[in-house]
Ligand binder design. Structure first.
Ligand code: MSP
Length: 502
C-alpha cells in the first residue's frame, strides 16, 4: 500500500499578549496527533505539523499602542515566547509561520489578485458592528445586551471596504457539508455550522481603512481610498497554504485536519472553504473544534485575573504532566476545567500508581531474579493468554480512538491495560513463584512495551525512558505486534513518574 502524507495545523496565535493555556492546549493536542500519525509508519510517509503566529489586525495593533511600542517590535518581542511554549511542551512542529513574513504577505496579496480576477470581490462601504477582541463583524441581531455573543465589546464601524461575495456560496457550502459528513467534527459542532449557514450568509467585509497594521490591498479600484489593508482573517487563514509554499511542501495541500477552538469554527468551516471555492482550490478534509478550558470553574479572562500561564505550570509540574493532564482529563471536543487538585489526582492515579508502579515492580524483579535479562516464555496459563490478548486489543482500540480524535479514550485504553497488568502481577506474584516468574515477567515486559509505545504521543520523554529501560528500539504502532525478545537487557531506571505531593 502506498503511504499517504498527513498535514495537520494549529490555528496561528494572536501575539497581543503572552501565551495562555488555550494556546498550549491546541498545540499539545496537534502535537499528540502528529506524533501518533508518525508512529503509523506503515500508513503515513510524511507527517507535517504547522503552527505559528497571527500578527496583523486591530487587536495586535492596539495592544502594541497600549504598551507604547511600535507594532513590529511588539510582535517581534512576543513571538519568542510562543516558540518557547512549543519547545517547553515538546510540541515538535515542522514549520512555524509568522504572518509578518515577507513570503506570506506576498502570497496573500497574490490571493487577493486571484479572488479579484475571479470576480469574488467588490468595493462598498461597511456599516455595522465590529469586535476588536474577536476580530469579527457582527450583525445587529446577533448582539446580546449590546455585546457580541462571545461577551466581547463591539464598536460601530463605518468605512469604505472591499467585500467578498460570501452570500453566493451558501448553497455550495451546504451541498459540500452534506456530501462530506466528516468535514466538521465533532458532530454537535457540525450542526451549529449548518444552522449558521442556513440562517443566511451576508457578504463579508475583507478590508479595513481605519488602521494600517496589515497587508496592503495590492490593487486599487476606480475611486477607492488607497489605504486598505486586508482583513486579518483573510490574511490569517491563508497561512495554511502560504506556509507550505514557504516550506516547499505545496504538494501536501489539502490539509488533513485544522484543529481549532470552538470560538473560531465559523471562520474555518464557513469563510475558509468559501474563499477556497472562489479560487477553485481543494478544501481541507476536516475541521476539528475542541472545547475551552475554565479555571476552577470560571471563564478564563484577563479582566478576571485568572489567566493560566502554561509555561509556569510546566515549570511547576513538568511539561509531561501538563501535556498528559490536558489530553486525558477532558474529552477532546468538550470544555474542561483546570484545577491543581484535578491535575494531581490524574497524574498520581494514572502515571504514578498505575504505570510507574508496574514498571518498577516488573523491572526490579527481572534485575534481581533474571540477571537483568528478559526471561523466556514458558507454558501459558489462561491468564497469560488473556493479558497477551488484552495487549493487542488495547492497541487496536487505541488506534481506532486516536484515528477518530478521541484522544482521552485512546489514553484510557493505555491506562486500562496498565490496570490489567497490575492485577495480573498481583495474581501471579512472580516474586514468590520462581518457576513461573519468567513467563510472567516476559509478558509484563511486553505489556510495558505496548504501554510505552502508546504513551509516546502524550508523554514523549517519559515514554522514551520506559522504552529505553526495556531495550525497545522500534517504536511504531506495528511494532506492538512483535513480542519482546528473551535475553534482551533491561535496567531499572530512576523513577520516571514522581508523585505530586502538596
Ligand atoms: N488568530 C486566531 C486564529 C487564526 S487561525 C487562521 C485566534 N488566535 S487566538 O490566539 O485567539 O486563539 C488561538 C486558539 O486558542 C484558538 O483555537 C482558541 O480556541 C484557543 N483558545 C483560546 N482560549 C482558550 C481556552 N480558554 N481554552 C481552550 N482553548 C482556547 O483565534
Amino acid at each position: 500500500m502506498e503511504r499517504q502524507s498527513y498535514y495537520i495545523t494549529t490555528p496561528i496565535y494572536y501575539v497581543n499578549d503572552m501565551p495562555h493555556i488555550g494556546h498550549a492546549y491546541t498545540s499539545v493536542a496537534c502535537d499528540a496527533i502528529a506524533r501518533f500519525k508518525k508512529m503509523q509508519k506503515d500508513k503515513y510517509g510524511e507527517v507535517f505539523f504547522l503552527t505559528g503566529t497571527d500578527e496583523h489586525g486591530n487587536k495586535v495593533d492596539r495592544s502594541a499602542q497600549k504598551k507604547g511600542v511600535d507594532t513590529q517590535s511588539f510582535v517581534d518581542n512576543l513571538v519568542p515566547h510562543f516558540k518557547k511554549l512549543h519547545s517547553d511542551l515538546s510540541c515538535d512542529y515542522d514549520y512555524f509561520i509568522r504572518t509578518t513574513d515577507g513570503a506570506h504577505k506576498a502570497y496573500v496579496q497574490d490571493i487577493w489578485r486571484r479572488l479579484n480576477d475571479a470576480g469574488a470581490i467588490y468595493l462598498g462601504k461597511y456599516e455595522g458592528w465590529y469586535s476588536v477582541r474577536d476580530e469579527c463583524f457582527y450583525q445587529e441581531g446577533e448582539l446580546i445586551d449590546g455585546l457580541a455573543p462571545t461577551g466581547s465589546a463591539v464598536e460601530w464601524v463605518e468605512e469604505e471596504s472591499y467585500f467578498f461575495k460570501l452570500s453566493k456560496f451558501q448553497d455550495k457550502l451546504l451541498d459540500f457539508y452534506n456530501k462530506n459528513p466528516d468535514f466538521i467534527k465533532p458532530e454537535g459542532r457540525r450542526k451549529e455550522v449548518l444552522s449558521f449557514v442556513k440562517g443566511g450568509l451576508l457578504d463579508l467585509s475583507i478590508s479595513r481603512t481605519s488602521f494600517s497594521w496589515g497587508i496592503p490591498v495590492p490593487i486599487r479600484s476606480e475611486g477607492a481610498n488607497d489605504e486598505h489593508v486586508i482583513y486579518v482573517w483573510l490574511d490569517a487563514l491563508f497561512n495554511y497554504m502560504s506556509a507550505l509554499d514557504a516550506a516547499q511542501k505545496s504538494e501536501l495541500w489539502p490539509a488533513d485536519v485544522h484543529v481549532v477552538g470552538k470560538d473560531i469554527l465559523i471562520f474555518h468551516a464557513v469563510y475558509w472553504p468559501a474563499f477556497l471555492m472562489a479560487l477553485d482550490l481543494p478544501l481541507p478534509r476536516c475541521i476539528f473544534a475542541h472545547g475551552w478550558w475554565t479555571n476552577d470553574g470560571q471563564k478564563i479572562s484577563k479582566s478576571l485575573g485568572n489567566v493560566i500561564d502554561p509555561i509556569a505550570l510546566s515549570e511547576k509540574y513538568g511539561s509531561e504532566y501538563l501535556r498528559y493532564f490536558m489530553l486525558r482529563e477532558v474529552p477532546f471536543g468538550k470544555d474542561g476545567n483546570y484545577s491543581d487538585a484535578a491535575l494531581m489526582s490524574r497524574i498520581n492515579g494514572d502515571l504514578v500508581n498505575n504505570i510507574g508502579n508496574l514498571l518498577r515492580r516488573a523491572l526490579v524483579l527481572i534485575e534481581s531474579k533474571h540477571d537483568s535479562r528478559i526471561p523466556i516464555i514458558g507454558t501459558l496459563e489462561q491468564n497469560d493468554e488473556e493479558l497477551l490478548e488484552d495487549i493487542i486489543l488495547a492497541k487496536n482500540n487505541f488506534v481506532d480512538r486516536m484515528s477518530n480524535f478521541e484522544i482521552h479514550l485512546a489514553i484510557e485504553e493505555i491506562i486500562k491495560l496498565g490496570a490489567k497488568a497490575n492485577v495480573y502481577i498481583n495474581h501471579k506474584a512472580p516474586w514468590k513463584d520462581e518457576d513461573k516468574s519468567g513467563t510472567t515477567l516476559n509478558i509484563l515486559t511486553y505489556a510495558l512495551k505496548a504501554i510505552g509505545i502508546m504513551l509516546q504521543p502524550f508523554v514523549p520523554i517519559s515514554a522514551g525512558k520506559i522504552l529505553d529501560a526495556i531495550g525497545i528500539e522500534e517504536r511504531g504502532i506495528v511494532d506492538i505486534d512483535e513480542r519482546v525478545i528473551p535475553g534482551g537487557k533491561i535496567y531499572v531506571p530512576e523513577i520516571i513518574f514522581n508523585r505530586i505531593t502538596e
